[in-house]
Design a binder for this molecule. Sequence first.
Ligand code: HEC
Ligand code: HEC
Length: 251
Amino acid sequence: MRLALTLVALGVSAQTRETNPYTLADQDALAKGRRLYSFYCVFCHGMDGASGRGSQLASSYRKHGSSDREVYRTIADGVPGTEMTGHPLEEDEVWKILLFVRQIEQNASGRGQGCRAGAGDPVKGAAVFQSVCQNCHSAASRLGPDLAAIGATRSREHLRESIVEPDKVISRAFRAVRVRTAQGEAVQGLLLNQDEYTIHLLDVREQVRSFQRSGLAAVVFPKESLMPSFAKSLSAGQIDDVLAHLCGGKR
Ligand code: HEC
Ligand code: HEC
């Protein structure tokens, strides 16, 4: 524990592997994971992964990625800007907790709470979606997450919040960046990757743009999502229609 804390303090990751060394057949590891979960996680996620104020773990949908590596990082590092803080645990403990989370997912398959039907006309909603959302949210677009299955796992309230207050919770896979070149060109888009010398982004026309840092006058990582708020540009009725469409499943 002391070692893990020191590593976290130094900003060094203790994760040494990409996949979970344990499987659901490892009863001891699972029991240990369950105990750790009931200590560190139950308060926000509930023992069944469906109650509490954290996000639904009783579902196969993971906003922050569902591979072992990604869920490990979510548990160890947390989700910046949310109540989900990091957990300075030993690597072995994180893998055991993750094993228990996998069991919650498995038990829940097919009965995620998801979105309940409510006000709104899904047919009108589909038309609105096509005209103002599709560009970023089709399966083909890399600008935003594919929303085809979102209704199965997200509550209506969560979806509404994503539409009217997109800056409140931003998926870390979609980090916005703005650069200005020495010639004065301003480009904004999604950060693809960066190192000491270069920065690569996907601009809003989905072109990959690469820049030498030395040739840039400014680089800004805005706190806002690339997704604009639709609180003003759509009426309350239209937002209900879009919600009915997203909750409806097939798109
Ligand atoms: C103080 C409350 C709190 C505690 C304690 C907490 N979480 Fe969370 N957790 C959250 C919230 C809130 C989110 C949603 C973050 C967001 O908005 O994306 C979340 C998100 C997650 C996610 C990502 C879900 C997704 O869709 O990608 C996982 C996995 C997770 N938590 C697992 C755990 C585990 C395992 C523990 C215990 C080690 C834990 N959490 C402890 C509040 C908490
Ligand atoms: C300019 C591109 C863009 C447009 C247009 C756009 N979005 Fe988004 N949307 C994003 C990005 C990027 C994210 C992920 C970052 C974040 O979480 O804010 C996102 C996230 C979301 C989420 C959250 C998904 C989750 O995993 O919880 C929902 C729901 C959503 N958008 C719905 C909509 C709807 C409905 C519209 C149209 C009314 C729309 N978006 C228009 C880019 C866009």
